[in-house]
Design a protein. Structure first.
Length: 242
């Protein structure tokens, strides 16, 4: 006869495993991995729920695990030697953090902070190293991810050097609409509650300037708001902004 305690604990354990499997399934890093690798990753992983504002990974600390966001958002930034903070972007559901361990770097290269309650799946770097060695299907996805990170950095440098504030705000809105956009009667609703300060930090400007720029875009009929959410009324119109 199975003890009653075991019966009571099983649904919680099953729910946890289901959340881990879901996160791995939506993570593109594992698209080319074998079923055995995905199962092994789920068996090796654990899961945490972290509150908004909590540090997920801190620059300079040991990179001991690959992190997958099952749900929620994280903000990435890097501290310079003189103490300044450089925003690097965002990660959302299905995306990874802590990719330093994919290149066998010992420490995190940036700090990741949860922007809201976030579900975080951790796969130990020792297990990731084994998967990379045993499953050739992972190699293209890892290579693609590293290229994507390089491209993001290059695009950011280009934007900061050659776009004015309005251009950087427009670029941010279009990317946010691609990442978090859902159809709405008024256009494309950016489902993530992004503040003016967050936009300012992401594009290297001030909250006041971003607020003025967003107000101008609203007057032009290109943007609207719904509570704390922004609505892109015309992607084509935004894309045509100089």
């Amino acid at each position: 006869m199975i003890p009653a305690q075991s019966i009571m604990q099983r649904p919680a354990a099953d729910a946890t495993r289901s959340r881990i499997q879901r996160a791995i399934k939506v993570c593109t890093l594992f698209d080319g991995a074998s079923r055995a690798t995905r199962e092994a990753a789920a068996n090796a992983a654990d899961i945490d729920i972290v509150n908004g504002g909590a540090t997920i990974a801190e620059q300079g600390t040991a990179a001991l695990a690959l992190l997958i966001l099952g749900r929620g958002r994280a903000r990435l930034e890097r501290q310079t030697a003189d103490g300044r903070s450089i925003p690097l972007g965002y990660r959302g559901s299905g995306e990874i953090l802590g990719e330093s361990c994919l290149t066998r770097q010992a420490t995190h290269a940036e700090t990741a902070t949860a922007m809201e309650e976030t579900e975080l799946v951790r796969i130990p770097h020792t297990a990731i190293n084994d998967f990379m060695h045993d499953d050739p299907g992972l190699a293209p996805a890892i290579f693609s991810l590293l290229l994507q990170r390089t491209r993001e950095t290059e695009d950011r440098i280009e934007s900061l050097l050659f776009r004015n504030v309005e251009g950087r705000v427009v670029e941010f809105l279009l990317k946010a609409a691609d990442r978090w956009g859902v159809p709405s009667p008024k256009g494309t609703l950016i489902s993530a509650p992004i503040t003016h300060m967050e936009i300012a930090q992401a594009i290297g400007s001030t909250r006041e300037t971003v607020t003025l720029t967003l107000g101008s875009l609203r007057k032009e009929g290109l943007l609207d708001v719904s509570g704390r959410r922004l609505i892109v009324k015309s992607r084509e119109g935004l894309a045509q902004k100089p």
